[in-house]
Every structure is written in C-alpha cells, then in structure tokens.
Design a binder for this molecule. Structure first.
Ligand SMILES: [Zn+2]
Length: 240
C-alpha cells in the first residue's frame, strides 16, 4: 500500500463511478466465495464464474449469471451516503456549534465515521451469519442472542465460531494497519457516543476515507478465509 496513491483512490475512479463502485467487479462464486478477476477462485479453485447458463448453445460464447458480492442493497447505500457527506461543502463553523475541548474539536464531517460504523457492523453480522450457518439452528439462535454487540461479535463470538478474532484475522491476512484503524474508530466512536464528541476529529475522518478501499478488500479477504476454513472442516467431518 502506498499512502500517497491510496489517499486519492476515489480520484482515480472512472467518470461517474460512485464510491459504491468498490463492489463493482466482485461476484459470488458457486462456493459462496467473493471473487473478482482472479484466474481461479481463492476458495474452491473454479476458473469460470460458474457453469454456463446454457451450455447447449454451441459456438457462442458462454453466458453466465453471477450474483453480486454485496450482501444487500444497503451495502451500496452506505458507501454513497459516505461519499455524499465527504463531497458536501464544509459548513460554516459560525452557524453550527462545533464542540471544542482543550484545542481539539469535533470533525465537521463526523457523520462519516458514524455511517461507516453502522455499515461495518452490518458486514461483521454477515461474517457471523456465515459462521452460524454451519451450526445447528437452535445453537445459532442462542449465540446470536447472547452476543449482540459488535465488540462481542468481533472478539468472543468470532473466537467461538472461527478460533480467532476479526482483528487478528485481518492482521494474518496482511491488513494489520486496517485492524488498528478499526480499533481506533471503535474506541473513538464509543467515546463519541458516551459524551466525548471531540473524540471524532478531522484527522480520523480523513484517515478513514483514505482507507475505505483497502478496508473493503480486507473484509472480503476475511470472508473468504473464514469460508475456506468452514468448508474444509465440513469436508473433514464428511470424510471427503
Ligand atoms: Zn469458489
């Protein structure tokens, strides 16, 4: 990762591509992995996206129908809301009170961190749902009820399901800087929610926006790693 290049990832998007285009080009493999243009699926090794939809049409290029990698429509909405907030003009500080404590002040675009965190929680839930889908329904429901907060899901529940934590998973996959940024966002967002609005400052907003593309890739990497392990474990249990 080269910081200078990464800083402007959104300036290099093709014309009229929104920030939600981070999802463009990613699709769900038949094995459920989230793939892009790798020659082979990182989880099952398939080379084509899936079986041609109509293999009988000889002589024509095969056509494929591939579901997108996003979990739901809101995955696009969150990214576009973050983009909209980033691109709006800075508000006049005279007309909007900005809390200030000992020289620190709340970010003008503090909403970006709050939006991101809601979006991030929904993707942690998607990972957790993946792990729970391999458990008996009643056990899954009990775990879901017992571990409700995102912090508990990233740590304790993640450990129960996957024998690691989300942040350790990211670090193992080569995304240690993203893991530490996420920890910082989590801490500061909690401080914001509990009476310290200056905990989210302009620097945090800028670092988050800069890292959005790599954060997106890191979540996909964690998803595929977990899917791989779950599938391998199932194969061993079946004796394959
Ligand atoms: Zn696959």
């Amino acid at each position: 990762m080269e910081p200078d290049q990464e800083y402007v990832w959104f300036d290099h998007l093709p014309t009229r591509y929104p920030w939600s285009s981070l999802w463009y080009g990613f699709y769900r493999c038949e094995c459920a992995a989230l793939r892009s243009n790798e020659p082979a699926c990182p989880v099952c090794g398939r080379t084509s996206p899936c079986e041609p939809i109509d293999p009988s049409r000889l002589g024509e290029p095969p056509t494929y129908v591939t579901p997108g990698a996003e979990g739901r429509y809101e995955d696009y909405v969150y990214l576009e809301l973050i983009e909209r907030e980033w691109k709006r003009p800075t508000l006049d500080v005279e007309t909007l009170p900005r809390p200030r404590v000992a020289g620190r002040h709340m970010a003008d675009k503090v909403g970006i961190v709050l939006l991101f965190w809601t979006y991030f929680e929904s993707r942690i839930d998607r990972l957790i749902d993946l792990g729970l889908s391999y458990r008996p329904a009643e056990e899954a429901e009990n775990l879901r009820i017992r571990y409700r907060s995102v912090g508990a899901r990233m740590d304790r529940l993640y450990k129960i399901l996957f024998a690691t934590t989300y942040n350790a998973d990211l670090a193992d996959a080569g995304y240690a800087p993203i893991a530490s940024l996420l920890q910082e966002i989590q801490t500061r967002r909690n401080a914001f929610a509990h009476g310290d609005p200056v905990a989210i400052d302009d620097s945090l907003v800028e670092r988050l926006v800069t890292a959005l593309r790599i954060e997106h890739l890191s979540w996909i990497a964690a998803y595929n790693r977990r899917l791989s392990v779950l599938r391998a474990r199932t194969d061993v249990e079946r004796g394959d």
